[in-house]
Design a protein around this ligand. Structure first.
Ligand code: NAD
Length: 487
């Protein structure tokens, strides 16, 4: 399969090691968001397709769970090598289907590779615990085992990194996996499957079923799928968590965000501006760790606002495959319309529109572009403060003290990330202790944890207990047996 082929592709599902045409009659077009050019069409698969994948994954589980963990890990070593060899192609594919610029896509591939590298450590990570003498001549031991078939449901904004939060650890732990990628960015998932096969993964261990809510509902209610990992928007995450757990499943559901960056008067201005521009407008604001709100403390506000607007005025907007383009499109025309709706609501609610991205031109025709948009004088009553916009729209709120800034950020119903820009150890400590968010950054803009740590949001940014990645991931994808033995 040539991923970068210009002719339109009709995607197949990947089931039991084969490319299987969906039984559906419904297909959705997949445009390149930078040009509007149709890249292919994705099947909105049926219950019958899902059943085939479950049957293949169930059959594979019977043998895969018995494959020694160093052998499972060895396949992932090979996979790491293949991902590295195909890095450039994978990055281009991300840019073509998602719109983020090539450098960001290249970085996303790295993030995926790091997850695979972490999963190659499963022989150590899966170790249990023993106590040789819980009583005279009696010992106890805890052993970890896979769960069975894991369902993974992923969003459009990280077509590589987010699936890689899930399947490498899940399969290295002895589970089999069914991925339902976003129907808006389905191409990369098939390439990930192809490379897994090339790495020597037995058939049926990893399957891809394309589609929309019907497949999600099928996964959530299927008696043969004991665990579901979900990443996506808040309402869907809540629905997935409640529905999946009502069927007795283990569910982790990572959701939306509204991340605040607090800027103290002693912050290094150059570093702060560079990092906020990247965090607010990188990936067109379509990151769950994007900076959505700047909270300017004290008299730094005027200079900060001027510098941010200056930088935004120089931003290059266009097709992320072109050299030196920073800001790519948002994912769909409908998302552009929704973003414009938010900008209108900000104006109506009395925020000061300092920079209007609706007027920007892009160097690429036919795409869904919104330029960098900056509002000042935003308040917590406004919709643009309360809701996740997920687009290049930055709100600025002005406050008098760090106490006020933290109190304001803590009013958000989301709690994914938060950042602080300062030179003060005391302020950093207060921020770490009192801010209500799971992933904190100090003097940097996108504090996404690496693969060996958990991805740690809470409040309405996360539903569940064990987070994605790190040791939480191992806990999530395994269950324990306790053996107590008398000798
Ligand atoms: P989305 O919720 O629209 O879609 C996510 C997945 O759910 C897709 O596979 C989609 O097919 C499925 N889905 C959508 N609507 C559904 C419904 N009604 N019923 C059942 N399934 C449904 O999310 P998106 O727009 O693709 O992704 C962006 C969102 O994901 C943002 O809110 C972002 O903050 C969030 N996100 C969160 C994290 C995190 O770590 N917390 C990471 C990445 C993205």
């Amino acid at each position: 399969m040539s991923i970068l082929a210009t002719e339109k592709q009709t995607l197949s599902n990947f089931i039991g090691g084969q490319w299987v045409k969906s039984t559906t009659t419904k297909y959705e077009e997949v445009p390149n968001p930078a040009t509007g050019e149709i890249l292919g069409e994705v099947p909105i698969s049926t219950e019958e397709d899902l059943e085939k994948a479950v049957a293949a994954a169930k059959k594979a589980f019977a043998t895969w769970r018995k494959v020694p963990s160093p052998q499972r890990a060895r396949i992932l070593f090979k996979y790491q090598q293949l991902l590295t060899e195909n890095w450039d192609e994978l990055a281009k594919l991300i840019t073509i289907e998602n719109g983020k610029n090539y450098n960001e896509a290249y970085g996303e591939v790295l993030r995926g590779i790091e997850c695979v590298e972490f999963a190659t450590g499963t022989p150590s990570l899966l170790m249990g615990q023993q106590l040789p003498d819980i009583a005279t001549d009696i010992e106890s031991g805890m052993y970890r085992y896979p769960l069975g078939i894991v369902g993974g449901i992923t969003p459009f904004n990280f077509p590589m990194m987010v699936p890689c939060w899930m399947f490498p650890l899940a399969i290295a732990s002895g589970n089999t996996f069914i991925l339902k990628p976003s129907e808006r960015t389905p191409l990369l998932a098939n390439r990930l499957a192809e490379l897994l096969q090339e790495a020597g993964l037995p058939e049926g261990v990893f399957n891809v079923v394309h589609g929309a809510h019907d497949i999600v509902n099928g996964i959530l209610s299927h008696p043969d799928i004991p665990a579901v990992s979900f990443v996506g928007s808040q309402p869907v995450a809540e629905y997935v968590y409640k529905t999946g757990t009502s069927y007795g499943k283990r569910v982790q559901a990572l959701a939306g965000a509204k991340n605040h960056s607090i800027v103290m008067p002693d912050a290094d201005m150059d570093l702060t501006v560079t990092n906020i521009m990247n965090a607010a407008f990188g990936s067109a604001g379509e990151r769950c760790m994007a900076c959505a709100v700047v909270v300017a403390v004290g008299d730094i506000a005027d200079e900060l606002v001027d510098r941010l607007v200056d930088e935004a005025n120089q931003m290059t907007i266009g097709n992320g495959l072109e050299k030196d383009i920073f800001l790519g499109p948002v994912i769909r025309d409908s998302h552009k319309d929704k973003t414009i709706g938010y900008i209108e609501s900000g104006v109506e609610e009395g925020a000061k529109l300092l920079r209007d991205g609706r007027k920007d031109e892009s160097s690429s025709e036919g795409g869904y572009f919104v330029g960098p948009t900056i509002f000042d004088q935003v308040t917590t009553e406004m919709k643009i403060w309360k809701e996740e916009i997920f687009a290049p729209v930055l709100s600025i709120v002005r406050v008098e003290s760090l106490d006020d800034a933290i109190a304001l950020a803590n009013q958000s119903e989301f709690a994914n990330g938060a950042c602080l820009y300062t030179d003060s150890a005391k302020a950093i400590r207060q921020f770490r202790e009192d801010i209500d968010a799971g992933m904190l950054g100090v003097n940097l803009g996108v504090p996404a944890p690496m693969a060996f740590f958990p991805f740690s949001g809470y409040k309405k940014s996360f539903y569940g207990d064990l987070h994605a990645n790190g040791k939480d991931g191992i806990e999530f994808y395994t269950r324990k047996k306790m053996l107590t033995a008398r000798h």
